[in-house]
Design a protein around this ligand. Structure first.
Ligand SMILES: Nc1ncnc2c1ncn2[C@@H]1O[C@H](COP(=O)(O)OP(=O)(O)OP(=O)(O)O)[C@@H](O)[C@H]1O
Ligand SMILES: [Mg+2]
Length: 473
């Protein structure tokens, strides 16, 4: 269910509960009002019944025959009052009690009438009238009291139920919002993790079961974005590679010139001295040509390999030989800029687990930057040693160039950040960073303006078991 639907549903449940509570409170209030209206009538009736009893006393004490007339007048007005409010009374106490009340009133009225007709003032008549009057008054007072009690009960009951339902609604609303917010927070945490790992160059997916709501749609979108970024990074690496080819071509051309010159020289000499050579010497000449051709084939193969698009294909590799090959490819550039190269490659280093071509590309990018930062005649140091972190090997490339101003340092790994104008695309370091992070390594920089810059790359050491397994899955 979508979050929006969940919120609408929980709001609807709460509104329905509030409406129910409102209806309940309204009905109880109506009930109380009906009962209060009855109590008003009952108070009036009770007062007139009390007056009847007083007139009763007057009749028997002072033989005041007018008192009976007064009683009858009161009975008539009480009956009128009852008739006028019949509906209200029935609603409050029900038809049965009303009938009984009217019964008592009827019996009392007929007793009064009898006494009036017989003009009797004896103790028997007095006792009869007193008994019926008493019953009428007692019954009326009793239903009044019962109703009073009912009103109290309804009010206390309503108070309790209103308090309970208030807390129930509060609890329900709180509970539902808590559950919804927890779910949203859970998804947000996943998205935060993914965003962090994307920012570190790891373009993977959130593989967890996705919620079937807006957060799920967001996770899908981020997954798609992550994949797309992964593709783009591959493309970026490839395009940077092609850009590096330009630089490499100069080096490669230089590399090719030597064996080609050698072949040409050997061929010329061979032609000149052919007659004087014995069989073994001729074979030796041809062998030299063959080995020079082999060198050319090797250089061309390297160039082709380098230009091919490649996924990181991590294999055990010797870091020193990767460094040497990169330097060889850059040798011409170093020579042209008259760079004094100093290498310190630690022997006995364990193999690293890398895509050799990609790591060479990183080294070439860093060496190119170093050369570009130095005036001709600068000093370049390249070293390998055990990493500061266990399980890693460190490659250091240190130049005596112009250095990086501190305000640029946070941006040098950003794509397209370059201070070289037309002379740079600003992709070198960002691609290198992506490659190294992709290998599970790290790349750091230290720089001082006017002194020089040091880049350090940490690369993972090859661990026979897990990495081979990983490699094959
Ligand atoms: N060794 C260094 N010394 C001084 N500044 C450097 C060094 N390495 C990098 N920088 C600075 O970092 C910026 C970014 O380097 P990056 O390699 O990403 O791009 P670029 O060299 O400008 O262009 P590209 O490598 O794409 O041709 C450079 O423009 C430069 O200002
Ligand atoms: Mg560069």
């Amino acid at each position: 269910m979508k979050i929006e639907q969940k919120i609408i549903l929980s709001n609807t449940i709460n509104v329905a509960l509030i409406v129910l509570i409102g209806i309940f409170a309204f009905q109880n209030l109506n009930n109380v009002l009906t009962k209060l209206r009855f109590m008003e009538i009952a108070d009036e009736l009770n007062a007139s019944f009390l007056e009847m009893r007083l007139s009763e006393k007057n009749y028997f004490l002072y033989r005041d025959s007018a008192a009976l007339g007064e009683i009858q007048e009161k009975i008539a007005s009480a009956s009128l009052r009852i008739n006028a409010s019949r509906a209200d009374i029935i609603r409050a106490i029900g038809g049965h009690d009303l009938k009984e009340l009217e019964n008592y009133l009827g019996v009392y009225a007929s007793t009064v009438r009898e006494i009036q007709e017989e003009q009797s003032t004896g103790p028997q008549a007095a006792a009869k009238l007193r008994a019926t009057g008493k019953k009428l008054k007692e019954f009326s007072e009793e239903i009044t009291k019962t109703e009073q009690k009912r009103v109290n009960e309804i009010i206390t009951g309503s108070k309790k139920i209103l308090a309970y339902s208030f807390f129930a609604v509060l609890f329900l609303a709180g509970g539902i919002s808590h559950i919804i917010s927890q779910k949203i927070l859970h998804s947000l945490r996943k998205i935060e993790q993914l965003a962090k790992s994307i920012s570190q160059g790891n373009f993977h997916r959130i593989e967890d079961t996705r919620p079937n709501d807006e957060m799920g749609a967001l996770i899908d979108a981020i997954n798609a974005m992550s994949e797309e970024l992964g593709h783009r990074e591959d493309q970026l690496i490839q395009s940077k590679k092609l850009a590096s080819l330009g630089i490499l071509t100069a080096g490669v051309a230089h590399e090719l010139t030597n064996p080609l010159n050698n072949i040409s020289m050997i061929a010329q000499t061979y032609a000149e001295v052919y007659d004087r050579l014995d069989k073994d010497q001729r074979i030796d000449f041809m062998g030299k040509i063959d080995s020079e051709t082999e060198r050319i084939r090797e250089i061309v193969k390297n160039l082709l390999d380098f230009s091919k698009p490649q996924k990181a294909d991590q294999r055990p590799a010797d870091i020193n030989s990767a460094v040497r090959d990169s330097v060889r490819l850059m040798q011409n550039t170093l020579d042209i800029s008259n760079i004094d190269l100093n290498m310190s490659l630690s022997s006995h280093l364990p193999p690293v687990f890398v895509d050799r071509h990609q790591i060479q590309q990183v080294l070439i990018n860093l060496i190119t930057n170093a050369v570009q930062a130095m005036a001709p005649g600068g000093g370049l140091f390249i070293g390998t040693r055990s990493g500061k972190e266990p399980g890693f090997i460190e490659v250091t490339i240190k130049d005596s160039g112009k250095g990086i101003p501190p305000e640029y340092v946070p941006h040098i790994f950003d794509p397209f950040f370059s201070t070289k104008g037309e002379g740079g695309t600003g992709l070198g370091l960002s691609v290198s960073y992506g490659i190294v992070r992709n290998h599970g390594g790290d790349i750091r920089v230290e720089s001082k303006v006017g002194v020089g810059t040091t880049f350090s790359i940490e690369l993972p050491i090859y661990h026979r078991k897990e990495q081979t397994d990983e490699h094959h899955t």
